[in-house]
Design a protein around this ligand. Sequence first.
Ligand code: SF4
Length: 911
Amino acid sequence: MTAGLAYPALHASHGGIWVCGADGTARAVGKGEAVGLVAETPHILLNAPLMGQRLGYPDLSGLDLLELFAFIHPARFMVPTPDGLARALSLDPPESEAGVAGFYRVAATRLLEQLERSDWGEREGAWSSAQALYRLRWPWAGVVGQKLEKPAQGERWLFSKLAEWEEEPPRPAPKTATVNPDDTVTMLRHLTGEGAEDRQGQKDYALAAAGIFNPRKAKGAPNMLLAEAGTGIGKTLGYLAPASLWSHQAGGAVWISTFTKALQRQLDRETHKIYPDEATFRKKVVVRKGRENYLCLLNLEDALQGGFAGRAAILAHLVARWAAYSKDGDMIGGDLPGWLTTLFRRNGTTALTDRRGECVYAGCPHYRKCFIEKAARASQQADIVIANHALVMVNAARGREQHNRPTRLIFDEGHHLFDAADSMFAARLSGQEAIEIRRWVIGPESKTRGRRRGLAARLADTASYDEEGGRAIESAIHAAEALPGDGWLQRIAEGEPRGPIEALLHEVRAMVYARDESQSADAGYGLETELTDIEGPMIDAVAQAAEAMDALLKPLVRLGQRIEHLIEEGPDWMDAPARARMEGALSSLSWRCDTLSGWLSLLARIGGPADPDFVDWLMIDRYEGREFDVGICRHWLDPTIPVTEVVTKPAHGVLVTSATLKGGGGWETARARSGAVHLDHDPQQFEVASPFNYAEQAKVIIVTDVKRGDMAGLAGAYAQLIEASGGGTLGLFTAIRRLRTVYARIADRMAESGLPIYAQHVDPIDTGTLVDIFRDDPRASLLGTDALRDGVDGPGQSLRLVVMESVPWPRPDILHRARRLAGGGTAYDDRIIRARLAQAFGRIIRSKDDHGHFVILSPAFPSRLFTAFPEGTPIERMPLEQALAEIRSHREKSDASGLSPATSFGHDDPV
Ligand code: SF4
């Protein structure tokens, strides 16, 4: 079977290292020998960065099966493990770790055989791509080239292959319509399926949700419903029933905004039930994300034509293969495998998206095929738009797509609204942000990568037609020279700033180092100090920086006015594409002007009285002791104020819903965190408890004898708990340092027990893929930061134990201190912790057949937080030994009843 494949293979894990020679003989080797072998001959392996880490040889390279898979099956889902690969290729998985290296050779052969099959569905484009990859010395190019036959006719180049979007007339405003309760119930029954059990809670929920579609009583006063629906109610179908009825009757779109990828995928599945016909579904349901998520074809073309070199160029070619088969061109969370970019150490990924607003719109040769434009246009005609909180807010705040403004909005995972608004409406005058504006105005300083061009090139026609506009561009370019340039971070650290903004950042940095008292739990991470008691040199630096910013803002505002004038005037040369380009330029211009105005008002406040609506501070961003940004931050004390103004009030109907909307507290939490308190009328409130029997299905255990600060004890507890549960454990940490220490102490022991363990911030794998791997193997465990509590959705028994290393106290940073003071001190902290506990607990029981334990390794866990858990959940304090015995006995019972982790897990539900 492996005849002809002359390469050996290598597999490394915490359990050992094995090689399998070209003759098919496998043996265990030591690290030193393995490193010598791979340095001599390229080996077949799976995930070179991960293998390199296991070997202690970070530069490991070879014939990576993941790269070959991405070439042969672009846009296809695969869990990047030996078992995942076996399933994707319909092969038997290796029976033991010792057999994995041999399996890699078999898998390589199977993949390469595909190249010769007549039914290979992803053949088009492969030959041309292989030629380019050969020139780039891609390790697989030689063998791939031998197997691939040259096509009889020239292949269509990616850019001619992609379909174009069609221009459609704007959609009329929705008609006034009311959703009838009987119709809602009938629709719900249709969506849940004939024969499904009649769930009163879900029915009540759907009827309550229908209320947001009633005609609005007054402008600025949307029908607003806050709805907490316990896990298992089926709230997705509950709101989809009235939403689909309204959109059908009124001819308008309902926007459903989510926070996690898992829910977006669930919605994608559930909405199929409304439109079972695939062609109708594609028209009626559209997934929208921020433009920075999508591949920019112009950037890709540039990368393919020499803009990228070395490994980044190989990635560009694999991305081009994917783009030709992708459903929607979404690079982050779409059908581009999350693991692909990490194989290339993220080299070049960001340069392939349109992160910096440099899109030239109709001036782009790929405009009619552009993934971003396609998604935006499709959503104008769709009935259901699945978006995310950030996109909904950014569109509203920046006045984008005014004609396509959501009027009926459902915020699912509504407990995240506050945090999403907090990031969206914050201002940050920092070196990284400022250099982006400089590049946007002037163009990049170095010419090494990309087609990025400045304003003058993008608006050449404006400049040549309109003298005043041309002068404004020149002045802006001149003024932007005052912004930080390449090497700014080093210059300010060395005390040699260039220009007034770098001089200000130099002062900021010095002040932060002088005053920081954060005693960050994770040494080596962010530093900060309050923006108060500012003196001499800083005041001077602020004045000069403000002058420089003002000098840039003025010509940009003038340029915006000139473009507006041109659009109104509509000269002969301005055809539809040119007009679209002008409108695009105007939108990104006003975004930059808003940013600069925000910075100016931030600077104006320095040395003056504080604005009670905002919290301002100085910061240095660091990761593992390395600085990467310095600046001044401003956040809203209550970020739901701007959300209410720009998103909620202009809408006609808004539903904010979640399983934990009240965060284990009362309705006042839900009203405050959703912004409903800022409306002039009271929102409707609805609540329905989970149908699960928590008294039988779950238990909270507070371990009383693992002492705080005892790292050996903490690591030992994690190891024993994972063993007792037979894996299937999600370990949550509040500090990265402790996560790493625990992982380092237990990884080998876990390997000996045959229980795979993965960790965020340790394994060179993106978080989404880590979660995929965890979900895919019921014996696997995953350690992550506390933030992972919402991103893991493990069906069945893949997640049966959550272990929290301590009470998830909020980080006592400046922003938190200010909100705590305004929000009632301890009561404010308790609300946050309860919400976090409720979310983490909610991971365990996802269906009526799930069982699980929630363990907190913190003897001092306060009883007042018990209300975070659903009513009826047993909560007990006990020593570790007792907890282990209980978890072990539970596992033995479920094994005996046939609900063993390995047998009850459904493999057919990828991601
Ligand atoms: S239209 Fe803009 S985003 Fe789309 S491919 Fe062209 S430059 Fe990129």
